[in-house]
Design a binder for this molecule. Structure first.
Ligand code: NAP
Length: 418
């Protein structure tokens, strides 16, 4: 073997030791014990094993943990109710709904019911948005964003083995929401030049052979052969495939190890990192949102209780003005439609703003404000779409002023809260 073997198992143990140390410190400083809640639906043996292993990891780190088992035929609403219960449980800082869920349950609806600050799998669109829009890995780390555990583990492996990422060509084969896409986003944050390949990619071998870092997230045993690999490249294998010969990755390890510069085995490579990164995320969620006991506590919104009403009222007034405005312009289908959108936006601004003040943690608070800001921006957009005769410009100008005012207030609040 010429390539360096990336030992995910031992790095994973290092991470757990680090989380354990951080947890003791957090507990001493603020009395907070990280807590993780699992929701397990049905009797899928693999899911049962995954949850059991994650619960064991919690146990070994001194985390609080709780598992809610639900029957296969449980309704989607009951699962969501349980999530909401954990959202409001101060002992719980992370919520993990073990996938897959039975077919009658919409996984996206369940994921979206998790408070983003407790979404330790980083599957909530809000968290996906946060790490995707971050401009650098440093920003991701400084903001202590929650990251999807497996891609996060891969970034740690690259770091621990001193594998350069900046400016390198990275090819990720696979574009799933759980695997390929987040991996590509994180590599991009580390300034790699990233290509995402998939089943429709032409000349896949050549594309892969150009990579300094090659990541396989496909789900096809031994698919990536020696001839896909540039000599000296770092090869990270996320695939886990059960075969008669046991567990194997997407990379033909025996063939690839002689040409790669670094390579992860399966098992014992990338996969070995996932639970440790889940523990890191849970610690992070606890440290970010520890109920106000430590200095890192996010600003509570209690001192702004009197303000939301102002903006809520402003939004209401705005909606009333739009209705008035509507009565002054020709009722063409386009005008009516655009005005409806304006009213909807102003209602959403008010609602999100008011919700933002319901003593949420920082991330949830900011999320609500950002949604409100987005709605306010959108209302400007709809306003621009309204084509009005010149004589009506006065009304339109005052609505535009109100929109600008809403945006200004929200932007200032977001800046203050960040
Ligand atoms: P997935 O949702 O099935 O996605 C597979 C991806 O591979 C798709 O984007 C697909 O392309 C692409 N693909 C399939 N055949 C291909 C081909 N012949 N050439 C190029 N691309 C091809 O699977 P996933 O959830 O991402 O999981 C992939 C593997 O990673 C599985 O083995 C899974 O067990 C493993 N995994 C491990 C961990 C962990 O270690 N903890 C976590 C997540 C996943 P299209 O989009 O064009 O169909």
């Amino acid at each position: 073997m010429t390539g360096i073997l990336i030992d995910g198992k031992s790095v994973s143990q290092e991470i757990r030791a680090e989380v354990k140390e951080l947890t003791v410190k957090l507990n001493q400083e603020s009395g907070v014990t990280p807590g993780l809640a699992f929701i397990l639906v049905g009797n899928n043996p693999a899911s049962e094993v995954y949850v059991r292993n994650k619960a064991k990891a919690c146990e070994s780190l001194g985390f609080y943990h709780v598992t809610e088992k639900m029957t296969e035929d449980v309704s989607q609403q009951k699962v969501i109710d349980k999530v909401v219960e954990f959202n409001n449980d101060e002992r719980v800082h992370g919520i993990l709904v073990q996938m897959p869920l039975p077919k009658h349950i919409n996984e996206y609806d369940v994921i979206e019911s998790i408070a983003p600050s407790k979404d330790v799998d980083a599957l909530h669109p809000f968290n996906i948005g946060l790490y995707s829009e971050a401009k650098s890995w440093k920003e991701i780390m400084d903001k202590r964003l929650l990251l999807p555990c497996t891609p996060y583990g891969m970034m740690v492996l690259l770091e621990k083995y001193g594998i350069a990422v900046e400016g390198k060509k990275a090819v990720v084969v696979g574009r799933s929401n759980l695997g390929g896409k987040p991996t590509a986003a994180l590599l991009l944050s580390k300034n790699a030049t990233v290509t995402i390949a998939h089943s429709r990619t032409q000349d896949l071998k050549e594309v892969c052979r150009d990579a300094d870092i090659l990541v396989a997230v496909i789900g096809k045993a031994n698919f990536i052969g020696k001839d896909f690999i540039k000599p000296g490249a770092a090869v990270l294998d996320v695939g886990i495939n059960r075969t008669d010969a046991g567990l194997v990755g997407d990379v033909d390890f025996e063939a690839a190890k002689d040409v790669a510069g670094w390579i992860t085995p399966v098992p014992g490579g990338v996969g070995a990192m996932t639970i440790s990164m889940l523990m890191m995320n849970t610690y992070m969620a606890a440290a970010r949102n520890d109920g106000g006991k430590s200095s890192k506590q996010v600003p509570t919104t209690s001192n702004q209780k009197d303000k939301p009403f102002d903006l809520g009222q402003r939004s209401l007034l705005y909606a009333q003005n739009v209705i008035k405005f509507l009565s002054t312009i020709p009722k063409t289908p386009a005008n009516v439609e655009n005005s409806k959108q304006l009213i909807r936006c102003s209602g959403a601004v008010g609602a999100n703003y008011i919700e933002a003040n319901d003593s949420l943690g920082k991330e949830d608070f900011l999320m609500r404000l950002r949604i409100a800001r987005k709605e306010a921006k959108e209302s400007r957009y709809w306003l621009d779409l309204l084509e009005c005769p010149d004589s009506l410009n006065n009304e339109r100008t005052s609505l535009a002023d109100e929109s600008t005012e809403l945006l200004k207030i929200l932007s200032a609040m977001i800046q203050k809260a960040e």
